[in-house]
Write a new protein. Structure first.
Length: 548
């Protein structure tokens, strides 16, 4: 049951400091936690027994396929029969599934561990072919050039991301412990990266005093972060492992607390955290393997990390290296908001559903930058959008380094353009960045040129696309500055929470001119009241005048 809890005091010390409180839960804490579970259930985050069992069956089948393949490979490489009989091989899981916090329909991150007679090329060739022959497996694809090379597929309806590690051993037994640092000796760097996910996940579970309370609290925080638009490692917010480590640290500091209390303490601790002091679950251990680890005393680049959350397994890394000053400010603001809401809930002045209310990003800022990625075909659009999205944090970094910009906040959600009416039947995806300009102190107005900030971003994307031979005819990136009151040219009224609805053909007609015509955007502002901010867009230039 999601609400099952254990309240026995922990038998050992957890974390790098003493606990803040060892207080056992009170009766009211059980009531608050039960209400929290009920609120979570309304969002459909818990899988039922049938779905959980289906995952176990699929993983068992995949594990058997791995063992079978490794055995067959041993025979084909003429290993002695006595060796082939005992080569073993195993599937390990990591990520949200291993932590016990996956949601309905979520994918499974898995690791294939093989003995020394299996090469990485075997995994991407002969095992890939074996998977291809399975009727239950669909959408099979390999990404060999990724930072962590991976094979992706759907196994009987469940999405699986499978990475590979080869250990310098003759046999991979079923009781293999990946937390043992000696396993990393003499390993290829790609294997070390593949092992890292499992080692970090297992270490987190080993470092929390009560797994059930940790899991329920983490489910709450993950749902909250997704609803509030701050769950995305790629876009410079926090990803799953970072949120897990923050929750784990909260559990270490309040080892006997239930989830309702832990959620409140989570917001209290990290809304007041003095960044960039790092969050650590354990003291880093000395190791003679000489792998690069996060250490600002040694690595100058580590000193620029603004919100370091350090993985507990060797080699220790900062899981939030993508976080910028802007995204950190947005996250901290949300943590403060979460603290205020949970204080009200625990005082009986509010209810848990309020914690999960979604903010309206389009009412939050006065100024926005619209980024579009467009292509001629749907197939090209999927890969183009993936590349552009992976680089948006570069644009955020460029903008926040502009002396006139205080915050550049990207909305993690992308929005489609209407391909039926847009020029040349383009496939269009849009992202919106909310901008806060610095207050002007003396000058009545100031001219701001964002051209370089945006141009260097688009150049980086095109250069990357060219380097990996992705760039195709029709792949374009375009940007526009827009004020809040003009967002209705880009988005439907229900998204903006406006009373007056706009017809789709009008939206698309205006988008056509905004993005694909040679007219400057200011043309469309001419019939509006005189804006406080003037703007010119000339080809790829974005220049505006900001009035005091």
């Amino acid at each position: 049951s999601p609400c099952s809890v254990t309240t026995n005091p922990p038998q050992r010390h957890y974390g790098i400091t003493s606990p803040i409180s060892l207080a056992p839960p009170k009766d009211i804490d059980y009531i608050h936690t039960q209400k929290l579970v009920e609120a979570m259930e309304s969002f459909g985050v818990f899988e039922d027994e049938e779905e959980l069992n289906h995952r176990l069956v699929v993983l068992c089948k995949l594990n058997n396929l791995v063992k079978e393949w490794i055995f067959e490979l041993g025979e084909s490489k003429n290993l002695p029969p006595s060796v082939v009989e005992n080569v073993g091989g195993r599937i390990f899981t990591f990520g949200s599934y291993r932590l016990g916090v996956h949601t309905k329909g979520a994918d499974i991150d898995a690791l294939c561990v093989a003995p020394r007679h299996v090469e990485r090329s075997d995994f991407f060739q002969s095992f890939f072919e074996k998977l291809k022959q399975q009727e239950e497996i669909k959408n099979l694809r390999a990404v060999e050039d990724a930072y962590v090379p991976v094979v992706k597929f759907e196994f009987d309806g469940i999405e699986i991301d499978l990475v590979f590690a080869r250990l310098p051993v003759q046999t991979v037994s079923d009781n293999l412990d990946l937390r043992d640092d000696s396993r990393l000796k003499s390993l290829d760097i790609r294997c070390i990266r593949s092992l890292n996910g499992c080692r970090v996940t297992d270490e987190i579970l080993h470092l929390v005093p009560n797994k059930e309370n940790f899991q329920l609290t983490l489910r709450v925080i993950k749902l909250w972060a997704k609803r509030r638009g701050i769950y995305s490692n790629m876009l410079g917010f926090l990803g799953g492992v970072s949120w897990a480590m923050l929750v784990a640290r909260t559990c270490q500091l309040h080892p006997n607390a239930l989830a309702s209390t832990l959620v409140n303490k989570f917001f209290l601790i990290f809304s007041k955290w003095e960044w960039p002091n790092p969050v650590l679950l354990k003291q880093p251990e000395e190791n003679n393997l000489n792998l690069p680890v996060w250490d600002p005393r040694v690595n100058p680049s580590d000193r620029y990390h603004v919100m370091p959350i350090i993985t507990p397994a060797y080699p220790q890394q900062n899981s939030t290296y993508n976080v910028s000053t802007s995204t950190r400010a947005v996250v901290v603001e949300e943590l403060k908001h979460g603290l205020a809401i949970t204080n009200e809930i625990l005082q009986g002045k509010s209810d848990w559903p309020k914690l999960f209310e979604q903010p309206n990003f389009f009412q939050k800022y006065k100024h926005y930058i619209v980024l579009t990625a467009s292509t001629y075909t749907e197939e090209h659009h999927l890969e183009w959008v993936g590349l552009v999205e992976s680089k948006i944090r570069v644009l955020v970094g460029n903008l926040e380094r502009n002396e006139f910009i205080n915050i550049a906040h990207v909305n993690p959600q992308s929005f489609p353009g209407n391909q039926e009416h847009c020029k040349q039947s383009r496939y269009v995806s849009m992202w919106f960045l909310g901008i806060i300009f610095r207050k002007l102190e003396s000058a009545e107005s100031i001219k701001i040129d964002l051209t370089y900030d945006i141009q260097s971003f688009t150049d980086a994307v095109y250069r990357q696309a060219n380097n990996i031979n992705m760039l195709k005819e029709g792949m374009k990136i375009e940007t526009a500055y827009v004020k809040r009151k003009h967002l209705h040219y880009f988005l439907p009224a229900e998204t903006l929470q406006k009373r007056k609805k706009l017809e789709n053909f009008i939206c698309c007609f205006l988008m056509y001119f905004f993005f694909f015509s040679s007219f400057p955007v200011a043309t469309f502002y001419s019939s509006s009241p005189i804006p406080t901010t003037g703007i010119r867009i000339i080809k790829r230039s974005i220049r505006l005048t900001l009035n005091q």
